[in-house]
Design a binder for this molecule. Sequence first.
Ligand code: ATR
Length: 272
Amino acid sequence: MKRFAVIGHPVAHSRSPLIHARFAEDTGLALQYGTLDIAPEALAEQVPTLFAAGWDGFNVTLPHKAAVAALCTEVTPRAALAGAVNTLIRGPAGWTGDNTDGAGLLTDLEVLGIIVRDRRVLVLGAGGAARGILGPLLQAGPAELVVSNRNPWKPEALADAFRSVGPLVPRTHLALKGDQYDLVINATSAGHGGGIPRLPDGLLATGAEAYDLSYGVAHAPFADWAVAAGARRVHDGLGMLIEQAAESFERWHGIRPPTAGLRAAWGSADRR
Ligand code: ATR
């Protein structure tokens, strides 16, 4: 039986085994999918060892997404652009690294009926999570894509890194004063500490949607902010989690698993 796992540290909390078990059931494929806790200092040694041991593929989660890219024999263009790998696919001589996060977000937005084309889009945060979604967002043709961050240098660096894909406007949160957006995506990790970035008032245009890459308790602060700021709908990142897993599943098995059942079962949050 083919063997897969999600690699992280910690990783016991990961929902990926549940998601892939459901996909396997729904597509009639027999596979194993577990969790592997690998400490950062052991990653460089473990990744080739797992290849030699015959494993078929991995998802990669925090804190390894950037480091694992250097351990692949090749990376896909979208993973190179994201500067991170979340999926390892077995090749003839080593791992191919891919990144399905951005595609997962775009699929989720489509399912939710959230339009990016010709809309003013704001991404909050300029770390690894933001970087993973900027390429697909730019390719979706927004009227404007602004990246704002607490540390002012990181958005500038991202604008340089993505110049070949499209125009990215770097801002600090403070400099957003007076702007209005149709879609605000929270890609900061502030929710894990129970907070959100300090933002000016009036950021949401009439009918604007708010989307959070976080889910569970980490989603609550941004959801509260978005509701108070007048968002038409507020979404957590569970749909993206499911859809990025579906994209990885398709890369490994050549079959697109249905996601509607899992989406309904988990009921990704809409606070409005
Ligand atoms: P991830 O992989 O989750 O993106 P990261 O690369 O460490 O993690 O990036 C975390 C992001 O959340 C950064 O944009 C960070 O802002 P800074 O670059 O200014 O540090 C942002 N962030 C985390 N906690 C925050 C807080 N309390 N307020 C505002 N931004 C925060």
